[in-house]
Design a protein around this ligand. Sequence first.
Ligand SMILES: NC(=O)CC[C@H](N)C(=O)O
Length: 456
Amino acid sequence: MRHPIPDYLASLVTELGAVNPGETAQYIPVLAEADPDRFGIALATPTGRLHFAGDADVEFTIQSASKPFTYAAALVDRGFAAVDRQVGLNPSGEAFNELSLEAESHRPDNAMINAGALAVHQLLVGPEASRKERLDRAVEIMSLLAGRRLSVDWETYESEMAVSDRNLSLAHMLRSYGVLQDSAEEIVAGYVAQCAVLVTAKDLAVMGACLATGGIHPMTGERMLPYIVARRVVSVMTSSGMYDAAGQWLADVGIPAKSGVAGGVLGALPGRVGIGVFSPRLDEVGNSARGVLACRRLSEDFRLHLMDGDSLGGTAVRFVEREGDRVFVHLQGVIRFGGAEAVLDALTDLDTGAEKPGTGWDAAVYPRWQEAAADSAALAAATSGGAVHEAAAVAARDENDGPIRTVVLNLTRVDRIDDVGRRLIAEGVRRLQADGVRVEVEDPERILPLEEAGAH
Ligand SMILES: NC(=O)CC[C@H](N)C(=O)O
């Protein structure tokens, strides 16, 4: 079968090919002259697939999309406390090249603006690191995540160094506040070289996927970053990645992202996808204009908005079946908080003879909801969550057989369970046992360690 996603991306490239608003970055000569019609899109999935269309193999300089990665490296190299002392965590609400500093600490507002990225560059490796060591570290982390050796485009570097008064003045100010220790020239040179690393839309998608998976490389399964580092970086991308348009972007597109003035957009949607888009013309705040359009379409067409809630928690319980005083609870899929809560919900509903709490939902206090609930009863029963409730309730109500003595948790169809899911279900097992119920776990792949659950 031909995979449908690349076909979708190809049609998106064709459709948006006709739309190309904005201008290339005018303040850096090499970027001003870039071919404005280039357009590439790539998606990398946590399962290790790379989908792409258009100019997805064309190299361009990463520019500000390097900032999340040097931030990750600094967090690894120096620890959270040391980095947080020098760089804040709040959106600046100002342009990327403003001197946006917090009032008392004089820390740059965040690591996604230039001032913050200069402070982060200083923190790379260690206090005694040389300019070369810091730049090597920046190139190294981006190469590791991209999965190929990346290099600096020295022509773009020279071109930007010739016009870097603005970054130099930021660096001088930061030095005067003690945020930088090296000379302004050294740090700006290192930072500008970091920005001149050549990548493709495919690279950005893979690098974004490494963040989206919580630090696991999607192609090799290797851990590249501690998950708390990946989570921190994606958090700051969410609040500050798209500069002064960050709030608008979060509301409209809802994909944690970072743009660069060469026209790259890096997206990292936790647990779902890494995105790379390349289109050199920029909008007024300095984001790739067509890159923004493409991300907006991806978000709408595939429902990729971070805040899109879903009601799939209930599918963790496949079905509940009673035979005499035994009840079989069949679980399935990926179990995290939502799924584990649904499992606990089904276990709570079982008639074990012990006292059962209510749902916590006092319909009398919410009379309007009571009516709405009656109206949608049929709909609720049709959803799997409703069906599970129904099944558990039936099992619980089977009075002929008396209370349930044994619960068999069947995990044969569970694909994955995270720590939270494991802890919550183990706690459910303990509580059933405390109620005098025998618990058996059918778990051929040992997804839920028996010793942890304390079951047979
Ligand atoms: N937004 C960007 O991509 C800015 C990066 C560019 N190197 C600069 O410092 O101005």
